[in-house]
Design a protein around this ligand. Structure first.
Ligand SMILES: Cc1cc2nc3c(=O)[nH]c(=O)nc-3n(C[C@H](O)[C@H](O)[C@H](O)COP(=O)(O)OP(=O)(O)OC[C@H]3O[C@@H](n4cnc5c(N)ncnc54)[C@H](O)[C@@H]3O)c2cc1C
Length: 313
């Protein structure tokens, strides 16, 4: 028999991590699987050398609902987030992955593990990864991938999860720039720039980061879509030109690299907090359920954990 208290959480972004923590807090045995080298998903850090790193995915947290405000207050009291840039905004410290790492602390987390299919056997869920079968069987499965990847997994497994194909994402090209020169502006970030560039953030203004001018430039969705299939080298050169034009000054980078986020920001959300099939005991959560924000991932992961807990008793 499957241990009815064992649940697989697929995806170690904020949605999966939130679900995993809630389930573990309720006494369930949780195994978290993620294909990435580390945890965090789009709350990401890129380390490119001694003292040079970029938060090149999500830029800041702007909590609004009471549940997430309470979570932020707890993280703030323990130094896991800190205010940044005013307007009620926070960032993870020492990087944007810190909140996810906190949620997953002490849990069985297996990174570098790409989930390729799921099978409902008589005894429970069997999970197959690029590295082979996961030895344990699970009584329930929580999928915390972006919806397109959740849909691929569900289809590859010959399953149906109604609604998983509803959401849509905009892509985002990011450009990471380090320079020996002075910062091109005094503020923490420039937003709503228009044209090719959506935002330019000074990574060195974030609390707990090393000094040295580092900029993360995010292209807008239209520009990102038009240039989606170009090489990283071509995009890096073009975005550098666009950033120089919008800042009105040349930038001489000591490091420049582009990163493509194919599924970056939710454009069309599901409109429900999560999906769950109580017959099969499988569900999906993520920002795509509620909107293009970290808080949506948190709310969705919490909601799905509540469904699983109610179902497993
Ligand atoms: C460039 C950019 C800027 C952003 N800026 C902000 C911002 O300033 N503020 C804000 O609130 N939000 C921002 N966001 C959005 C925010 O990052 C997301 O809403 C949130 O992080 C989504 O969390 P999630 O857990 O739903 O998904 P993800 O973080 O995408 O997590 C999904 C996880 O599933 C894993 N996975 C996928 N497929 C598989 C597989 N087959 N097997 C195993 N693992 C798999 C992935 O590796 C990943 O770790 C930004 C996003 C991007 C890309």
């Amino acid at each position: 028999m499957t241990d009815p208290r064992r649940v697989a959480v697929l995806g170690a972004g904020l949605a999966g991590a939130t679900a995993a923590r809630r389930l573990a807090q309720a006494g369930l045995e949780v195994v978290v699987l993620d294909k990435g080298r580390g945890v965090g998903g789009r709350m990401a850090i890129r380390r490119v050398g001694e003292g040079v790193s970029f938060d090149h995915g999500a830029q800041f947290i702007h909590p609004r609902g009471q549940a997430f405000l309470d979570q932020i207050a707890d993280w703030r009291s323990r130094g896991i987030v800190a205010p940044w840039g005013g307007h009620g905004r926070f960032v993870g410290t020492p990087s944007m992955t810190a909140p996810v790492r906190d949620l997953l602390a002490g849990l069985d987390v297996r990174t570098g593990t790409t989930v390729t299919s799921l099978t409902r056997e008589a005894q429970g869920w069997r999970i197959v990864t690029g590295e082979g079968r996961v030895p344990e069987l699970f009584s329930a499965v929580v999928i915390g991938f972006p919806s397109i990847q959740a849909k691929h997994l569900v289809e590859a497994s010959g399953l149906e999860l109604t609604g998983v194909d509803t959401a849509a994402y905009a892509p985002c090209w990011s450009l990471l720039l380090a320079t020996d020169g002075p910062a091109p502006f005094a503020q923490t970030d420039r937003r709503g720039i228009g044209g090719a560039i959506a935002t330019i953030v000074r990574d060195d203004t974030r609390p707990g980061r090393p000094p040295g001018t580092r900029l993360t430039v995010h292209a807008g969705p239209d520009w990102s879509r038009r240039h989606l299939e170009e090489t990283k080298e071509v995009v890096a050169e073009r975005l550098l030109g666009e950033a120089e034009a919008c800042l009105g000054r040349p930038i001489v980078p000591t490091y420049a690299a582009a990163h493509r986020w194919r599924y970056a920001l939710v454009e069309t959300a599901l409109g429900r907090d999560c999906l769950y099939d109580p017959g099969l005991r499988i569900g999906a959560c993520g920002d795509w359920c509620l909107g293009p924000r970290i808080e949506a991932a948190f709310d969705s992961g919490s909601a799905l954990a509540a469904r699983v807990l109610a179902d497993l008793g």
